[in-house]
Design a binder for this molecule. Structure first.
Ligand code: NAD
Length: 484
């Protein structure tokens, strides 16, 4: 048997390996459909081995001094930033996003490494107190939850991993990382760096695979699994919650959104730039992308006219090409899904107010499209679009805006544009969403507790609470007076 390439894509117990059944899969560039790499395709035995390695490494990693764990995260942070262009290029190649978006993601992804290195030094140390009757001393302490399964989507190939892996490592948890099959190369590069930095074997294991169900079932089959942290669609998140229910596996879920973006008549004059960021970052393939743009009646016509002008001028093309504003979607299936949503809306009476031209040649492109007068019963008015299509509708007043914005099962991000900050506070507080961007279309930072309510998920990533997701609290109950 030939030695597997170092970047085989499957990393278990500190070593790269060929998949146990020898299968491989291709990673493609959505800008031109070229093959970027062929990786080992992990299957159930690889997944069982990965979890066994994580379980074996758990007690020593959990007992490794916090300063050592934080030091490793700082070194990884520096190593990623030293290779920022390499990472940006890789992210663009496998996800299709523009280089500007990819560079932004590298900065954002690296932030989590630095943030959780700092948070690690402030790990809760526990308390020591006596109950009101004076009979019992309570001693609380925190410990790592244990081996974790971290499953991530393709839209942010680096940041969605560091947002989970950094707090897991800081808290003392070992893990099995399963990136999306479309974008495993960034994950491979990150794990290569961890290996070079001397991460002990078994602490982080990587399963590149096209067989997500088989692999996750094999991991869930082991009682050693203590936590699953998942970012992806709500349907898969629910399935994973069901899979963990019997053994009550600790779960964090970052799921789909349906973000309303509310523009009041008194919005700042330059709000269009922010609206475009909220809609078009990553070609609209973001869980916090503005899904429904609601504009107050008096300014709606001018808003649509100005936004149409901006949409007409957008340059669509390969993410690596100079001057590209909007890159391709992740694959042809994504293009078909967005086309179906738009075609159905147009057949039902929606009007295309603007559409950017498409480049010639291959690639998974969909033209940035501005839709108005979308009938409420259309799927595009209710589903996560996940593409560069803006749907604009009108509202009368504050109450109308809040009612429409909240009429969804999702509850991840929302946006409010107004110069009246007391109105922003009032409306923001009334919105049933975990995140409210006020006069900003960009709300992501490692310092914020990112996460949603309702069907958008459970738990928070980043901020002052991100570490709690990977810790358990234990108390010792001691008598106040020692027995004689
Ligand atoms: P997806 O749910 O199809 O896939 C996400 C990950 O889960 C991938 O790694 C995939 O291989 C894996 N997977 C798929 N089926 C699985 C199964 N049955 N068991 C175990 N793993 C499985 O989602 P996607 O299409 O990759 O990403 C888009 C979705 O992710 C959107 O709904 C988006 O809103 C959401 N998302 C949410 C956040 C957030 O922070 N809330 C961030 C990014 C994306």
């Amino acid at each position: 048997m030939t030695e597997p390439e170092p970047h085989s894509g499957v990393y278990v117990d500190g070593a790269w390996r060929a998949g146990s059944d020898g299968r491989t899969f291709e990673v493609r560039n959505p800008a031109d459909d070229s093959v970027l790499a062929t990786l080992a395709d992990a299957s159930a035995p690889d997944a069982s081995d990965a979890l066994a390695a994580a379980a074996a490494a758990q007690s020593s990693w959990g007992a490794t001094p916090v300063g050592t764990r934080a030091g490793l995260l700082r070194e990884l942070h520096n190593a990623v930033l030293e290779r920022a262009e390499e990472f940006a290029d890789l992210i663009t190649a496998e996800s299709g996003k523009t280089l500007a978006d990819a560079r932004g993601e590298v900065g954002y992804g690296a932030q989590f490494l630095a943030w959780f290195a700092d948070q690690a030094s402030q790990l809760p140390h526990g308390e020591h107190y006596t109950d009101p009757a004076g009979a019992v001393r309570i001693l609380t302490q925190y410990r790592p939850v244990g081996p974790c399964l971290l499953i991530t989507p393709w839209n942010f190939p680096l940041a969605m991993i560091t947002r989970k892996l950094a707090p897991a490592l800081a808290a003392g948890c070992t893990s099995v990382v399963k990136p999306a099959a479309q974008t495993p190369l960034t994950a491979v590069r990150l794990v290569e760096l961890l290996h070079e930095l001397g991460l002990p074997a078994g602490v982080v294991n990587l399963l590149s695979t096209t067989r997500a169900v088989e692999v996750s079932e094999a991991v869930f089959a082991s009682p050693a699994l203590r936590k699953v942290s998942f970012t992806g669609s709500t349907g898969v998140g629910s399935a994973l919650l069901r899979a963990g229910a019997e053994r009550v596996v600790n779960s964090s879920m970052e799921l789909g959104g349906d973000a309303p973006l509310i523009v009041f008549d008194d919005a700042e004059p330059d709000h269009l730039d922010q609206v475009l960021v909220a809609k078009l970052r990553n070609s609209g393939q973001s869980c916090i992308a503005a899904n429904r743009i609601l504009v107050q009646d008096a300014s709606a016509d001018a808003f649509v006219e100005a936004l149409a002008e901006r949409f007409h001028a957008l340059r669509v093309g390969a993410g690596r090409a100079e001057g590209t504003d909007v890159g391709p979607l992740i694959d042809d299936a994504a293009v078909r899904k967005v086309s179906r949503l738009v075609d159905e809306a147009v057949a039902a009476g929606a009007r295309i107010a603007a559409q950017a031209p498409l480049p010639e040649g291959p690639g998974s492109y969909y033209p940035p499209t501005l839709l108005v007068d979308v009938p409420g019963e259309c799927a595009i008015a209710r589903e996560e679009i996940f593409g560069p299509v803006a749907c604009v509708s009108r509202f009368k007043d504050e109450a109308d805006a809040i009612r429409t914005a909240n009429a969804t099962q999702a509850g991840l991000a929302s946006y409010v544009f107004t110069q009246d900050l007391s109105k922003a506070l009032r409306v923001g507080t009334a919105l049933d969403f975990g995140i409210v961007g006020v006069n900003r279309g960009f709300v992501s930072t490692a310092a914020a507790p990112f996460g949603g309510i309702k069907t958008s998920g459970l738990g928070r990533e980043g901020g002052l609470h991100g570490l709690d997701e990977y810790l358990e609290c234990q108390y010792l109950s001691l008598p106040v007076n020692s027995p004689t």
